[in-house]
Write a new protein. Structure first.
Length: 131
């Protein structure tokens, strides 16, 4: 997921996707301050998952909110938070797609998306209520 408001500087190479989860009951601020010419700061609510793109050498600072202040509670190298993008083979199955019994449509539908000069299938999973 690219950062729309504050994209990485063009001279940065080796970008990785990262995921941080606020497992506390307090509001946190996640900040990366060791990358020149780039500002990254997000509020992360309790239980919220933050997915972002960062250079491999980035350090994620976690500031935990207290009454009228925040304390630097952790400093995590972003390469420890790295996640991999799912590839097509992880979604591909040889069986027939499951059918939603109510709408009579496949639960997983393929949407063609255009990126650059190529089209890639984007698979969207539907939610089904089973009683």
């Amino acid at each position: 997921m690219a950062q729309i408001l504050d994209p990485l500087p063009p001279e940065q190479s080796g970008k990785i996707f990262c995921c941080y989860v606020n497992a506390t009951s307090k509001i946190q601020v996640a900040r990366i301050s060791n990358i020149p010419n780039w500002y990254f700061e997000r509020v992360v609510f309790p239980g919220q998952r933050l997915v972002f793109e960062a250079p491999k050498e980035a350090q994620l600072e976690i500031h935990t909110g207290m009454m009228a202040s925040a304390i630097l509670s952790d400093n995590i190298p972003c390469d420890r938070l790295a996640i991999s993008e799912p590839s097509n083979y992880e979604f591909h199955t040889d069986s027939q797609p499951a059918i939603d019994p109510i709408n009579k449509k496949p639960i997983v539908q393929t949407i063609n998306t255009k990126t650059g000069d190529t089209k890639k299938p984007l698979q969207v999973a539907g939610l089904v209520y089973i009683d």
